[in-house]
Write a protein that binds this ligand. Structure first.
Ligand SMILES: O=C(CO)[C@H](O)[C@H](O)COP(=O)(O)O
Ligand SMILES: [Fe+2]
Length: 223
């Protein structure tokens, strides 16, 4: 039987011109982005600050149908569930590291009408996700230290992706950080099917070509 999974490319707008967020986002969607990956940072969980639900809501008011993922790099993910649901977020991906009761937060996210993603930093063991796999809709393996766009891809995170794919063949597995045409094969081979790519897509002269190329590589590895 063929895999029920789909190869999807979700550009991160972190390094885009945020003064023109709507235009930049719409351009990515017009060029074939499968979803938008919105990096929310609180200056506490990570040493950087981006934007929150008011901006996501404004973007949603202008972009009615696209699938929005928020990558919550925040110390208190439970705090932002209701406002992000109200802002029209589809997938709420949060880091397990600062959270005491991950199952409870997952449940609250799903009760608020969003899908839930669980993210791990490079220093977190992949086995720590095990007890939550039955409740999660997606898992995100960070391939850079969260906080900034434009960093170098950490190939040594790939065994985590391999382990997840072997044990959870039908789970959506996302990678994020330093992913682009040069590193996509590595991610695809390991078993990732949801690809976040910031700098490599946003800065490309032909965004469609870059996203198509990456999607094709990922699709070729999905059995
Ligand atoms: O979560 C992130 C950083 O914490 C970003 O999503 C990620 O860095 C994407 O940007 P790039 O592809 O430029 O690395
Ligand atoms: Fe991200």
């Amino acid at each position: 039987m063929s895999s029920p999974l789909k190869a999807k490319i979700g550009p991160s707008i972190l390094n885009a011109d945020l003064a023109n967020l709507y235009t930049e986002s719409q351009k990515l969607l017009d060029n074939g982005a499968d979803y938008l990956h919105l990096d929310v940072m609180d200056g506490s969980f990570v040493p950087n600050l981006t934007f929150g639900h008011p901006m996501v809501k404004c973007l949603r008011n202008n972009i009615k149908t696209a699938f929005f993922e928020t990558h919550m790099m925040v110390s208190k993910p439970e705090q932002w569930i209701a406002p992000m649901a109200d802002a029209g977020v589809n997938l709420y991906t949060f880091h397990i590291e600062p959270v005491e009761d991950v199952c409870k937060v997952c449940r609250l996210v799903q009760e608020a009408g969003m899908k839930v993603g669980l993210a791990i930093k490079p220093g977190t063991k992949v086995e720590e996700l095990t007890e939550y796999m039955s409740i999660a809709d997606l898992v995100l393996v960070m391939t850079v230290e969260p906080g900034f766009g434009g960093q170098s891809f950490m190939a040594d995170m790939m065994p985590k992706v391999e382990w997840l794919r072997q044990n959870y063949p039908n789970m959506d597995i996302e990678v994020d950080g330093g992913v682009g045409p040069k590193t996509i094969e590595c991610c695809a081979k390991a078993g990732a099917n949801m690809i976040v790519s910031g700098t490599a897509v946003v800065g490309a002269s032909d965004q469609r070509k870059v996203m198509d190329e990456m999607r094709n590589v990922v699709q070729s590895y999905l059995k």
